[in-house]
Design a protein around this ligand. Structure first.
Ligand code: SF4
Ligand code: SF4
Length: 377
């Protein structure tokens, strides 16, 4: 008889879910900025479909009961929600460490103080460029630079620990040393230098954003040198350009392994891009308890463990290191979410993927398709 309580991967092999440590709470997709590489889906959720604050409070309690220690309150721009302080308070009351991920636009100094009282422990601020013209052009929001710099000042005045999120691509990668210097000047304890991941909006902008091989190599060297220079003062996390690496990254530390995302409407996802796997059905916290979704849902169990893998991953000694790479990238580049991540040097598709990336990197277009909600949102 079939054991219905036994979680199984998409081939029916038994799997053993661990416990999540972190949850990304995307409380809204609304955002005053329009970054052309935004990790939100191309089909953005409208305000009317967002979970109310009371539901978020329940989700946070369920997350804490499940084992989650840390919540990243993000968006869109979380400041677009007027009830942000209420949402933060409920996360803190659930016992979670609260990291606010923000563009810094639309949160006044008074509001930031209110968020301090509500329980924000840490602030992560995005950086689109190192000069007003560059930052405003990339973000599609005139005046964003001045507002962002003002916000960064309040963060350190109030005393939050600060992380700078710097997304790098062909149009700003040559200024990476200046970005690291700026993060230091702003008093950041950490900078996350992340090369654009080409899903969703970024995929629409491949030709304008794909870094060259020379840029990727220089970025790696710059990060390594800065890590030595800034040791003990500022931590540098680095997400390299996929197409210039030999092996893929261990996306999300393995599917359904250590983290989960909750989208603005309550849909629970193993990673923020998972809805690009269009055949997969995702469950919602409005219909099912978070713990049940984590342990028993088909979506979370689909790619747990290693038994679902096919060759070359199945017989590869890195399969418990990178877990076959990114499922969404496999979907995007191979058209098959089960495939070996095509950026891996062992993938039969690698040569084609690299050739396409080189073609994009050689493009002379700088025109951007901005991330915007369709009219009526
Ligand atoms: S990446 Fe840009 S557009 Fe997307 S949520 Fe962040 S600030 Fe807004
Ligand atoms: S073959 Fe699979 S497991 Fe091995 S390195 Fe490539 S993606 Fe990772």
């Amino acid at each position: 008889m079939k054991d219905h309580a036994q979680p199984r991967d998409l081939d029916g092999n038994p799997v053993r879910p661990g416990l999540p440590m972190a949850m990304l709470a995307e409380i809204t997709h609304r955002c005053p900025l329009a970054c052309p590489y935004c990790s939100n889906p191309v089909e953005l959720t409208r305000a009317q479909a967002e979970l109310p604050a009371e539901d978020w409070a329940r989700v946070f309690r369920e997350a804490a009961d499940l084992g989650v220690l840390q919540v990243h309150v993000s968006g869109g721009e979380p400041g677009a929600r007027r009830d942000l302080a209420q949402i933060v308070t409920s996360a803190r009351e659930a016992g979670l460490y609260v990291n606010l991920i923000t563009s810094g636009i639309g949160i006044t100094r008074d509001r930031l103080q209110e968020l301090d009282r509500a329980g924000v422990d840490h602030v992560q601020l995005s950086l689109q460029g190192i000069r007003p013209d560059m930052a405003d052009r990339i973000s599609g929001h005139p005046g964003s630079w001045d507002k962002k710099m003002g916000f960064a000042g309040w963060v350190t005045e109030i005393g939050f620990p600060l992380t700078i999120n710097a997304v790098v691509h062909r149009q700003n990668m040559d200024r990476l040393p200046d970005m690291i210097d700026l993060a230091e000047t702003l008093g950041a304890r950490r900078i996350e230098v992340a090369t654009v991941q080409f899903h969703g909006w970024a995929d629409l902008n491949r030709a304008a954003l794909m870094p060259t091989g020379d840029q990727a190599a220089a970025a790696r060297r710059i990060v390594n040198e800065a890590r030595i220079r800034l040791r003990g003062r500022m931590v540098i996390d680095y997400v390299p350009a996929d197409h210039h690496a030999i092996y893929p990254k261990a996306c999300m530390g393995g599917w359904g392994s250590t983290g989960l995302n909750v989208a603005p409407d309550g849909t629970v996802l193993p990673c923020h891009a998972a809805q690009s796997i269009t055949w997969m059905k995702f469950e919602n916290v409005k219909d099912r308890a978070l713990s049940d979704i984590w342990h028993m849902s088909d979506s979370f169990n689909a790619f747990r463990g290693t038994a679902w893998m096919s060759e070359p991953c199945r017989s590869c000694d890195r399969k418990t290191v990178d877990f076959g790479g990114c499922r969404c990238q496999a979907m995007a580049l191979a058209g098959d979410a089960r495939a070996t991540d095509p950026v891996c040097s062992k993938s039969p598709l690698r040569a084609r993927v690299v050739a396409r990336a080189e073609e994009d990197a050689a493009s002379d277009t700088a025109d951007l398709i901005y991330r915007r909600m369709k009219k009526g949102g």
